[in-house]
Design a protein around this ligand. Structure first.
Ligand SMILES: Nc1ncnc2c1ncn2[C@@H]1O[C@H](COP(=O)(O)OP(=O)(O)OP(=O)(O)O)[C@@H](O)[C@H]1O
Length: 273
């Protein structure tokens, strides 16, 4: 097997939460991803950054076992896609996206949105939940700063509150990997800053699962994230440790224009030169 991220691949793929080798995805004559290599370890927190249409969501869907590659091999949590029951595998992955948001009934209570994740995973539905489950849901809602909304219906929440509810839901099943597709999209400045701070706390928590966050904006990279992949037009522009990848040169190459990347403390900012 060939090396990925310049790191020799361990013999035991179970040590890696994601491993992709020579991966390509084609749809209707379009190359959504081409010849992509990637390895994510248990304790890593990754940002996948790139312009619209770069292939970020496609990459995340592979990692969520929601899509199969056209070429190459994808291992998720040590299991090879195509040779594993994806329904079983998906129960081990926490995933938030606009699509998940669209599947939540607006009248559902916030606490139930979180608790029901566990029941959906176990393939059963109950009108009332175990006390332990509701305690756990409230703990997660508290960690995300929205436990006061537990009895509200989901449809009445602001965009930022919904995003945080979905992150709590994704964490409810104690996933081995957390995938976040543009969690800050549509948030105002305060909402974004609050979400970045919460994700940063999660990133620094040694008990938190491996994380992959997809975004268009360097300002949304939470402190504590360790690695980055820059994607453009279905191809990797740069991949590896955050500090090596996040340069003006790499960012300019990914977005196809001259950009200046700046740091202020532990945050990134970018603008056109
Ligand atoms: N089923 C499909 N058939 C053909 N083309 C597709 C299909 N699904 C996605 N694409 C195209 O593949 C490219 C990558 O899509 P993807 O959603 O992965 O990009 P993205 O980086 O997440 O974009 P955005 O930032 O705009 O959400 C886009 O140009 C998209 O139009």
């Amino acid at each position: 097997m060939r090396p990925v991220n310049d790191v020799a691949v361990p013999d035991n793929l179970a040590d890696l939460v994601i491993h992709m080798s020579g991966v390509g995805v084609r749809r209707g004559g379009n190359k959504l991803l081409a010849d992509l290599d990637w390895a994510v370890e248990l304790d890593e927190r990754w940002v996948v950054l790139g312009p619209n249409g770069a292939g970020k969501t496609t990459l995340l869907k592979l990692a969520a076992a929601e899509l199969h590659p056209t070429t190459g091999a994808v291992h998720v949590l040590g299991e090879r896609l195509g040779r594993v029951d994806v329904f079983e595998l998906r129960t081990r992955v926490g995933f938030t996206s606009a699509a998940v948001n669209g599947r939540i009934p607006p009248e559902e209570k916030v606490r139930d949105v979180v608790v029901s994740a566990g029941y959906a995973v176990m393939g059963r539905w109950r009108e009332s939940y175990d006390e332990l489950d509701t305690e756990r849901a409230d703990e997660l809602l508290a960690a995300l700063g929205i436990v006061h909304l537990a009895d509200r219906s989901y449809g009445t929440l602001s965009e930022g509150e919904r995003k945080r509810t979905l992150i709590a839901r994704a964490l409810m099943t104690d996933p081995e990997m957390l995938l976040l597709d543009e969690p800050a999209a549509g948030l105002d400045l305060g909402g974004r800053e609050d979400l970045v701070a919460r994700l940063s706390e999660l990133a620094f928590d040694p008990d938190a699962p491996a994380m992959v966050l997809v975004t268009h904006h360097v300002e949304e990279i939470p402190p504590g994230f360790t690695h980055a992949m820059l994607l453009s037009d279905g191809q990797v522009v740069s991949v590896g440790l955050m500090d090596d990848v996040m340069t003006s040169e790499n960012l300019s190459a990914a977005f196809g224009q001259e950009l200046l990347l700046q740091r202020s403390g532990d945050r990134f900012f970018a603008r056109r030169r």
